[in-house]
Design a protein around this ligand. Structure first.
Ligand code: MRU
Length: 364
């Protein structure tokens, strides 16, 4: 995507500079667009754990490059397996992370150690290219859903979408999942407006989604997480569209904490609730998302403190709870398939059911 006229992806390699990996430091957005250089697998693990990079597809792609960096240090079988396990354990919920590491290992295990570094960079590059292409295809399929709404309205009528967290280009290699159809609808001249859930506790909506949409010129309004139900009751949301960190083969959807409540409100108000995902986010081994998907528990300090920009321009954190109050911070929840109108994948849309998913991905 473009920022101020320059095209970027969310991760890239600098071949001239020791084959290092570059990312945007997402903990500094929207206030500062800082590029980070990662030169070791430890740098990559740190970037994922601290959410300098985040978003299910992107952490998979960056971890794949992390393995390439590890192989530059030691490409023996045992070192490769050890580094792969360390990278895969950096965050538990997004399946793309383990998918990417497994794909890298399947490609690299049969090779001799001296062939592995070059092969690893090439495979990580393919993972990135495929992610960008899949998200572009998701955008086209999702665009049809928005065009369908527009068709039944007087020309130029505003279409109100609501999204949670950040499933834009910065959460993927390019385009995003939930935001890809929105970008395409805006570029096609449709009058789209996005309600952006702030997405406490880390505020990925307020900070990242609002920044992305603003950079692309898409009209949007940031709302408190609790406002969505009220807006739906008053006919101000035409469609909810979110991304996901893991979809079970039965269509249950793990996504940022609070997604489930939006789906409940959407069902109560007959608002369509769509989930956009590349097939790398499907966990074919899991049937019951509520019971089987591991939910990341993050630091209590994300609840007790809020990060932002002070009046003097410095980035700061302020405490919002009394000293001594404990805080719990489950980072994801699972929306049961029955609340999901449908899934938007790179191969088209389907119901959130096992037969729907297998219809699109019969090879599984
Ligand atoms: O904790 P995060 O910021 O990594 O959570 C991200 C989300 O929940 C996204 O909605 C999801 O990864 C889909 S990104 C295309």
């Amino acid at each position: 995507m473009k920022i101020a006229g320059t095209s970027y992806r969310s991760v890239w390699v600098d071949e001239k500079d020791s084959w290092s990996i570059h990312i945007f430091d997402q903990t500094r957005l929207p206030f500062s667009l800082d590029i980070l250089q990662l030169t070791t697998p430890e740098d990559v693990a740190h970037a994922i754990r601290t959410m300098q990079v985040r978003g299910a597809p992107l952490i998979g792609a960056v971890a794949a490059y992390g393995l390439a960096l590890a192989l530059r240090q030691n490409s023996s079988d045992s070192a490769m397996e050890e580094q792969a396990s360390l990278l895969a354990a950096t965050r538990p919920t997004a399946i793309n992370l383990r998918w990417a590491i497994e794909r890298m290992l399947s490609h690299l295990r049969p090779l001799s150690p001296d062939q592995r570094v070059q092969a690893a960079y090439a495979e990580a590059g393919r993972i990135c290219d495929e992610d960008a292409a899949q998200n572009e295809a998701i955008g086209r399929h999702g665009l049809s859903l928005i065009q369908e709404i527009a068709k039944n309205r007087p020309p130029g009528t505003r279409i109100n979408l609501l999204t949670h967290c950040n499933a834009g280009w910065i959460a993927t290699v390019d385009w995003g999942t939930a935001l890809a159809p929105i970008y395409m609808a805006h570029d096609a001249g449709l009058n789209v407006h996005v309600w952006v859930d702030e997405t406490r506790p880390r505020n990925q909506g307020a900070a990242l989604t609002a920044w992305e949409l603003g950079s692309h010129g898409v009209p949007h309004t940031v709302i408190a997480d609790n406002a969505g139900g009220h807006l739906m009751q008053h006919g101000q949301v035409d469609l909810v569209i979110v991304g996901t960190d893991r979809v079970t083969r039965t269509g249950d959807v793990a996504n940022k904490i609070g997604t489930y409540l939006k789906a409940l409100a959407a069902q109560d108000n007959s608002v369509p609730f769509w989930v956009a995902l590349p097939s790398t986010t499907i966990d074919w081994t899991v049937g019951d998302g509520v019971r089987e998907i591991p939910i990341e528990e993050r630091a209590a300090s994300e609840i007790t403190h809020v990060a932002g920009r002070a009046d003097d321009g410095s980035l700061t954190k302020v405490q919002i709870t009394p000293d001594g109050s404990s805080a719990a911070n489950p980072a994801f929840d699972v929306t049961p398939a029955r609340l999901v109108t449908g899934l938007i994948t790179e191969r088209g849309v389907c119901p959130a059911t096992e037969s729907g998913l297998r219809g699109l991905f019969p090879e599984q």
